[in-house]
Design a protein around this ligand. Structure first.
Ligand code: FA5
Length: 348
């Protein structure tokens, strides 16, 4: 009897092992004949039980039948598996057990992320977010901002000029705006003080590109006009922005600069994220990266937009957006933002 018991267990082990390795319907049929057919080892084994005493016959007969039922079940299972495999391969059936294909969802570009974060910070300080045209008149981009035709600052802002429609007033030319500052004038023409706006948008300059300069980049303009606005309000607003965005531990430099549409003018720089002030390729060895120009709105700009400069005063600033995530994450080349390289973009 131990011998037959042993045979049943060996038969089971070899049947299951063989079945596991099968991959074709033909092989499966051979397996069925070998293990479950009329001349199979299992059938022979069942037949041989007839000569045993009744007690042993009952016990071994039961064990053999359990094995038979098990082998029939695993056979059916395998048959189903192979059949499904064939149908899937022939494209007649879908394998619903396969994991789904990942759907590339993408995300906002790092510049858009920073733009909306900065807009949120200024919105939290009471500024409204507005947008303006990228194709602009030279009168808004330059003249109304106290930059007359012969002014050397027009040379600094190397401009992409466009062919203007022939019917426009003489001297009006179209261009791709070189900064977001024309929206200062457009807003003051439309809205009576108090004014508090920020204007995010793209600007264009006919410039050679390098690690910190692009020909198309993004700015966010700020403008506040009201009674009694002073340089202290400008400085307080910009320092608060830098504290909220970069954190209180980041050094900020504020010093005088010249822009024809502000008086006095200033620029703000942030401690370089890569060298932390020591000097590197990104900051050109100075330890600082200039992120914005600012100042008190020039009385001539206020008057030209129809605002009485003896009653009202204002401040304005223009932040270069791409340089902000560079400072934030320590990115050492501005051109990466528009290289379209997913290995770079996926990090944000
Ligand atoms: C202006 O564009 C002024 N309109 C800013 C301003 C607004 C001054 C309101 C006063 C009042 P500027 O040319 O310095 O200024 O540019 C502002 C910021 O844009 C710079 O600080 C810098 O961060 C960024 N920027 C300038 N040129 C480039 C460039 N080629 N590529 C990338 N960022 C640039």
């Amino acid at each position: 009897m131990p011998d037959i018991k042993q045979q049943i267990s060996e038969l089971r082990a070899s049947a299951l092992k063989e079945l596991d390795g099968l991959s074709q319907a033909k092989e499966l049929e051979e397996w069925r004949i070998g293990y479950l057919g009329k001349k199979s080892r299992l059938t022979e084994l069942l037949r041989s039980l007839a000569s045993l005493p009744i007690e042993e016959r009952r016990e071994l007969g039961q064990a053999s039948n359990v094995l038979k039922t098990e082998l029939e079940a695993v056979f059916k299972n395998k048959e189903h598996q192979l059949r499904c495999g064939e149908l899937v391969a022939a494209g007649e059936m879908m394998d619903v057990t396969l994991p789904g294909r990942p759907f590339p969802a993408g995300h906002l570009h790092p510049v858009s992320q920073v733009l909306s974060e900065i807009s949120d910070i200024f919105a939290g300080m009471g500024f409204q977010v507005v947008e303006g045209p990228e194709v602009e008149w030279d009168s808004y981009n330059f003249d109304a901002l106290n930059i007359p035709p012969e002014h050397p600052s027009r040379d600094n802002m190397a401009t992409f000029w466009l062919d203007s429609p022939p019917k426009e007033p003489e001297g009006w030319r179209m261009l791709l705006r070189t900064h977001t500052s024309p929206m200062q004038v457009r807003t003051m023409e439309q809205v009576a003080p108090p004014v508090r706006i920020v204007v995010p948008g793209r600007v264009f300059r006919y410039e050679a590109t390098d690690a910190t300069h692009l020909a198309m980049f993004t700015q966010i303009e700020g403008l506040a006009v009201d009674r009694g606005i002073s340089m202290a309000d400008l400085k307080g607003t910009l320092f608060e922005f830098a504290r909220r965005f970069f954190g209180a531990d980041r050094a900020v430099r504020f010093r005088t600069d010249f822009f024809p549409f502000v008086e006095p003018g200033a620029e703000m720089a942030i401690e370089c994220a890569v060298c932390r002030g020591g000097g590197c390729r990104l900051c050109g060895g100075s330890g600082w990266i200039e992120i914005l120009g600012a100042g008190m709105v020039h009385p001539r700009v206020l008057e030209r937009a129809g605002i009485d400069s003896t009653v009202y005063s204002g401040f304005a600033f223009g932040i270069g957006i791409e340089r902000i995530p560079m400072l934030h994450y320590g990115i050492d080349d501005i051109r990466l933002f528009y290289s379209g390289d997913l290995r770079f973009l996926k990090q944000f």
